[in-house]
Design a protein around this ligand. Structure first.
Ligand code: PLP
Ligand code: COI
Length: 355
């Protein structure tokens, strides 16, 4: 399929932000977006067009029953080079989410080509400053107008781009996380492993309560016993015990993070003992008391590696270590961002250059 482009003349393009690190995450968008429709069982009309509002029927199925999924990845700049981090993994996960939500999948090769094409067109938008990047948001929604509950037979796939700095308003420093002991994000057999819109809507109330308690995000516990760690609002979680790094297993209720997988790979390569296993909140709280828990970190595309400085659980604040970024968290941050931004050797062939 040939991708048509209708690009804005230079003089109609937006001013690029002067200080990306100060932007609120995901509030500024580039000049163009990619779009493609799905009708009668086929993907049609792939195109790069000026960024702007969508025209969508008020009865579109996504607006009523949330048949929508998305992805998040980043483009980094090193001098003239523009680099994507493991984009094929995002496309693979988009297709898994699509299958779970009864949506059509994309041809992975074509999806990657279209991403590369859009980023190539918008490459001047990829910011330079350390800690910044161009966030890429592929989105797939059911557009068929119908009030009966069903899987749509018409879809829109689109990709928008946003220059970003840190995800949290507090920057890259330690975050305070509230352990959700009342609400849950996802239960076994549900859609927790899919990057589907409703999962984020389901988390909003707990997120509001967390903010009221002075916390940045929520740490979800399992839906069955409210006992085992799952993941954080927009990140996976890992705990550094004295002799082990542990992270919750991919049991179907959490998002299989690409950063998580990359972090586990790096840690194993460094020779650390890494386990994907159940971690109870009691084990963590007790370990914080005895010092067995040395560091806790969140990892995700938007957040990169976020040190957890304290946990707030059932009205009590527990400081992690001395509340600052621990050595392993810092080392991981440096390595990951180093590889992503082309500063460090790409030993595992994770980086794809936008030529
Ligand atoms: N968990 C949730 C709920 C997320 O939204 C994200 C972000 O995408 C992650 C985990 C981390 O996934 P990834 O590393 O692929 O960005
Ligand atoms: C990401 O890291 O890409 C996320 O999905 C987090 C988010 C902004 C929802």
């Amino acid at each position: 399929m040939k991708i048509q482009s209708s690009l804005l003349p230079e003089k109609s393009r937006k001013q690029k932000p002067t200080d990306v690190l100060k932007l609120s995450f995901g509030t500024v968008f580039t000049d163009h977006m990619f779009m493609m429709d799905y009708r009668n069982g086929n993907w049609l009309d792939p195109r790069v067009v000026p960024y702007g509002p969508l025209s969508i029927d008020p009865a579109a199925l996504v607006l009523h029953y949330c048949q929508g999924i998305f992805e998040g990845l980043k483009a980094y700049r090193r001098g003239d080079r523009v680099l994507l981090f493991r984009p094929e993994k995002n496309i693979e996960r988009l297709n898994k989410s699509a299958a779970r939500m009864v949506m059509p999948t994309l041809d992975p090769g074509f999806a990657l080509d279209s991403l590369l094409k859009l980023v190539r067109i918008e490459r001047d938008w990829v910011p330079q400053v350390p800690g910044s990047s161009l966030y890429i948001r592929p989105t797939l929604i059911g557009t068929e107008p119908k009030l009966g509950v069903k899987a749509a037979n018409e879809y829109l796939y689109y990709v928008i781009l946003s220059p970003v700095g840190p995800y949290f308003p507090t920057g890259f420093g330690p975050v305070k996380i509230m352990v959700a002991d009342k609400h849950v994000r996802a239960a076994e057999g549900g859609v927790g492993a899919a990057k589907t819109m409703g999962n984020y809507a389901a988390g909003l109330l707990a997120g509001k309560e967390a903010a009221e308690a002075g916390c940045t995000q929520v740490l979800w516990l399992d839906a069955h016993e409210r006992r085992y760690l799952e993941e954080v609002g927009t990140m996976n979680i890992a705990v550094k015990f004295d002799d082990e790094v542990a992270t919750p297993p991919l049991s179907g209720t959490i998002l299989p993070g690409i950063t998580r997988e990359s972090v586990l790979h790096i840690l194993r390569d460094w020779g650390l003992r890494v386990n994907e296993r159940e971690i109870s909140i009691d084990e963590v709280i007790e370990g914080l008391g005895t010092g067995r828990v040395e560091e806790i970190l969140g990892c995700g595309t938007a957040a990169i590696i976020a040190p957890v400085g304290s946990l707030y659980y059932k009205g009590v604040t527990y400081t992690v270590g001395d509340g600052n970024t621990g050595p392993l968290t810092q080392r991981l941050y440096d390595e990951l961002i180093g590889v992503q931004s082309g500063e460090r050797e790409d030993k595992y062939n994770w980086v794809v250059e936008v030529s």
